[in-house]
Ligand binder design. Structure first.
Ligand code: GLV
Ligand code: MN
Ligand code: MN
Ligand code: MN
Length: 409
């Protein structure tokens, strides 16, 4: 069994959490921002201190490789992400990267021999908040997203992914994509939902992830004065958008229990108290474990947009900007995680994830699974996001032991 060092793990977590820390103990570390550069520098120096061979690819994915005793064996990939949501939490992503780092430190300390090489990875732009879509680095790496296309995606200020990578000095030389076959992959993450806490369990063994689609809608109305313009003459872009917002909320009731639908972004032009809105741009996020239901949801949203815009007499553009099918992880890796959890005596259950994870794309190229640790009150994408430290440690113990087993398999 591998023995991790809970104190070192916590100190490292606290040090990383300082970079982009908010007043309320959250984390504001958007992909490819100055804070992201700073945390990447720390990550690289920690990998170098461990004697790992560090590589950075053309989309900023950062790898550290620990050789195994068998140079010809396929490596195990252990990964998560260091970017955050705007005013998000400290645990989302970061806890997974630091569990992987602590695992390699523990192996190093104790001279744990592993047959397979192990590669630790920080994937670029998991969150998809500053640059869409999410899971960008892992998607480009596995070929599920087109590299050139995503490098050209711009943030709200018109800065492209390529420019932001150059700006922070993380557009690496390494070609984007696997250099060899991997044996397997494992990602630890916070649950971001309430189930583990409700059931008093330490670890979730994640067997799958919801499928999802992201839509971007722009409604084109007509600006006019809020006073003299009669109500009957108006073409109010926000009124049409507002109808869609509430319709999207109600849509989930028409489908199964596990269907979730969200409008998360809304921008209004010219955004002035006494001007009828000329433009409303908003996003829609729909999710289900059933891909056919995701397809139906997308069609239903399209109908709602058409109906609302017709009612208001306005035009619109609708674009599906991302879709990812549901994921079924590798039963073999999940079983290895389950036996490791039993070996370290951690309570656990199997579950699926409503949140998207890089592990979904990684699962396309190698046998993959995930471990979850509990989120207090199930809260996430919020500064209050919290995981009890004892749970984080329990998760890291299971993680390290699972990685040891995978690396010797
Ligand atoms: C992406 O990570 C998501 O769950 O939105
Ligand atoms: Mn995450
Ligand atoms: Mn997240
Ligand atoms: Mn996520």
């Amino acid at each position: 069994m591998v023995t991790i060092d809970p104190e070192r793990f916590r100190e490292t977590f606290e040090r990383y959490s300082e970079i982009g820390r908010t007043e309320n103990d959250g984390l504001h570390r958007l992909a490819l921002s100055e804070e992201d550069r700073e945390v990447r520098d720390l990550f690289v120096s920690d990998l170098e201190d461990l004697g790992l061979d560090v590589r950075i690819d053309g989309i900023g994915n950062t790898f550290g490789r620990a050789e195994g005793t068998d140079p010809d064996a396929e490596p195990v990939l252990i990964a998560s992400h260091l970017d955050s949501q705007p005013y998000g939490g400290r645990f989302d992503g970061q806890l997974g990267v630091l569990s992987a780092l602590e695992t390699l430190r523990a192996f190093d300390d104790e001279g744990v021999e592993h047959r397979r090489p192990i590669e630790i990875v920080n994937w670029t732009n998991e969150e998809g908040s500053r640059f869409k879509p999410a899971l960008m680095g892992s998607g480009a790496f596995t070929g599920e997203l087109d590299l050139e296309e995503v490098l050209g995606h711009a943030d709200a200020d018109g800065v492209t992914v390529a420019e932001a990578l150059d700006e922070i000095g993380y557009r690496g030389d390494e070609p984007v994509g696997p250099r060899e076959e991997y044996h397997s992959s494992l990602e630890l993450h916070v649950e971001q939902g309430p189930k583990l806490e409700e059931e008093g369990l330490s670890v979730g063994i994640v067997e799958g992830v919801f499928g999802m689609a992201w839509l971007e809608v722009t409604v084109h109305g007509d600006a006019d004065h809020a006073g003299p313009s009669p109500m009957y003459s108006r073409k109010d872009a926000l009124v049409a958008a507002a109808d869609v917002v509430t319709a999207v909320r109600r849509l989930s009731n028409r489908f199964a229990d596990d269907v979730v639908t969200t409008v998360g972004e809304l921008e209004v032009e010219p955004n002035s108290i006494n001007v009828i809105p000329s433009e409303a741009r908003f996003t829609v996020d729909v999710r289900s474990y059933d891909d056919a239901v995701v397809a139906e949801l997308v069609e239903a949203v399209e109908r709602e947009v058409a109906t609302a815009c017709e009612r208001e007499g306005v035009e619109y553009d609708l674009e599906e900007i991302w879709r990812i099918p549901h994921t079924e992880f590798s039963p073999t890796v999940a079983e290895t995680a389950l036996s490791a959890a039993d070996a370290v005596d951690a309570s656990h259950r199997a579950m699926v994830s409503g949140a998207g994870h890089d592990a979904s794309y990684v699962n396309e190229i190698t046998d993959t699974a995930m471990l979850f640790v509990p989120s207090v009150d199930g809260k996430t994408h919020n500064e209050v996001e919290f995981t009890e430290w004892a749970d984080a440690v329990e998760g890291a113990r299971v993680y390290a032991e699972t990685v040891r087993r995978l690396a010797d398999a």
